[in-house]
Design a protein around this ligand. Structure first.
Ligand SMILES: *Cc1c(COP(=O)(O)O)cnc(C)c1O
Length: 395
């Protein structure tokens, strides 16, 4: 059995399929047709309710992905000045760019003000004052949303929660009113709304329902004090199905947006913004890697791949699970393997005790659902080259 994948890849690379063993690995493969279907499905669900959606560029910043984002008219969410530059270079309109991050440097702030982006999502009073200072030197007003930490448990891995009191992100709720009042006093700041982001890979809707009621309370209390909140940005975090990527290749956007439609009170003239990363791009990418050795140990059999934690760090960093398909084994028998990389770290393991068709040296594996937080997190540890990517033709 040679899977669909390999036909796609050999098609793109003009590579005769009989010679798959000579493909240079590892590399990321992005299924652009699936990506477009995902973006369309999301936009359909969001357009029923007229929401403004920003793609979180840090999930995957491949130029081909950004080109689709631009073509479909999405905005982008950036967390560094370099991401702002990449978005502008990709032709994204400045009015569609938002910029978050707890540690924005002066030079990053400066260039974002020069570019006249839609807004800064400001994470502290200290940052607010520096943005005011820099905007003042340029005789400009910077638009800001205040990122508020809503103290909501997203029930996800503790390394990817962002909205709990003890997380470093955002301004504490009890300091919100003072921060909004400060915005009114600072001459070069224009307060335009509130921003939230509670975490990532969130698969239950309850945390979002909790977020809605928290946002209702916070916006209500500001309005009762006479502050206008024109924009509400509820961030991203919608999860994907890492276990069954083919059965659930497109997340349930309708339910996700439905929660906000039902539970969030929007006044007329208020705009609701989202920042989606993983849910748009996660299922579209696979890391293609070759088996270097199958090592038979005493207790275990190891499949040693030529990709490692330098190419995809999620399993080592978060204990994340990725499904792995053997693209080239034709065996109807199964083995149980630890699939590991070649890096000199014990945490360089993709998955333990994993059942796969009998695998041998030279086989190609697809590590699935690797489109988000994959290629962008690659490093050169052990002096390895960064992985490249190829894309499928769009249908
Ligand atoms: C990372 C991030 C997102 C996107 O998160 P996903 O889980 O990929 O949807 C959105 N907003 C902010 C501020 C982020 O840091």
């Amino acid at each position: 059995m040679i899977s669909n994948f390999l036909f796609l890849i050999s098609d793109i690379m003009q590579f005769p399929i009989e010679n798959f063993r000579e493909l240079t690995t590892p590399f990321y493969y992005y299924d652009m047709a699936l990506f477009e279907r995902t973006v369309k499905a999301m936009l359909e669900s969001a357009s029923n309710v007229d929401y403004s959606v920003h793609y979180a560029i840090k999930a995957c910043s491949a130029s081909e992905i950004l080109e689709v984002i631009r073509r479909y008219g999405l905005g982008v969410d950036c967390v560094s000045g370099w991401e702002v530059k990449a978005a502008l270079n990709a032709g994204i309109m400045p009015q569609k760019i938002v910029f978050a991050g707890v540690g924005k440097q002066d030079a990053e702030i400066e260039s974002a003000i020069d570019a006249d982006i839609f807004c800064f999502n400001v994470e502290s009073v200290e940052e607010l004052e520096i943005i005011n200072l820099i905007a003042g030197k340029k005789c400009k007003k910077a638009r800001v949303c205040l990122r508020i930490n809503p103290d909501i448990d997203a029930h996800t891995h503790h390394h990817i929660t962002t909205g709990l009191k003890e997380d470093k992100f955002g301004i504490q709720m009890e300091d919100m009113e003072k921060a909004v009042a400060l915005c009114q006093q600072l001459h070069n700041i224009e307060f335009i709304g509130l921003h939230f982001h509670i975490g990532s890979q969130i698969t239950e809707m309850q945390p979002y329902i909790d977020l809605c009621s928290r946002v209702n309370d916070l916006v209500g209390s500001l309005e009762s004090k006479g502050f206008e909140v024109k924009n509400i940005n509820v961030g991203g975090g919608l999860g994907i199905d890492y276990k069954e990527p083919d059965e659930h290749s497109i997340p349930d956007f309708a339910s996700f947006f439905g929660v906000f439609k039902k539970h969030l009170r929007l006044r007329s003239g208020q705009t609701l913004h989202f920042e989606l990363g993983r849910s748009l791009v996660g299922q579209c990418g696979s890391l293609i890697t070759r088996v270097i050795y199958v090592k038979h140990g005493k207790e275990k059999n190891f499949v040693i791949a030529d990709a490692g934690m330098t190419d995809l760090i999620r399993p080592a960093l978060y204990g994340a699970y990725h499904r792995i398909d053997n693209l080239t084994s034709s065996s109807s028998e199964y083995g149980v393997y630890d699939v590991v990389g070649p890096i000199c770290e014990s945490s360089d393991v993709f998955v333990r005790d994993y059942k796969m068709p009998l695998t041998q040296r030279g086989d190609l594996l697809a590590i699935r659902s690797a489109g988000a937080y994959g290629e962008v997190m690659a490093s050169q540890y052990n002096m390895r080259p960064l992985p490249k990517h190829i894309i499928s033709a769009v249908d």
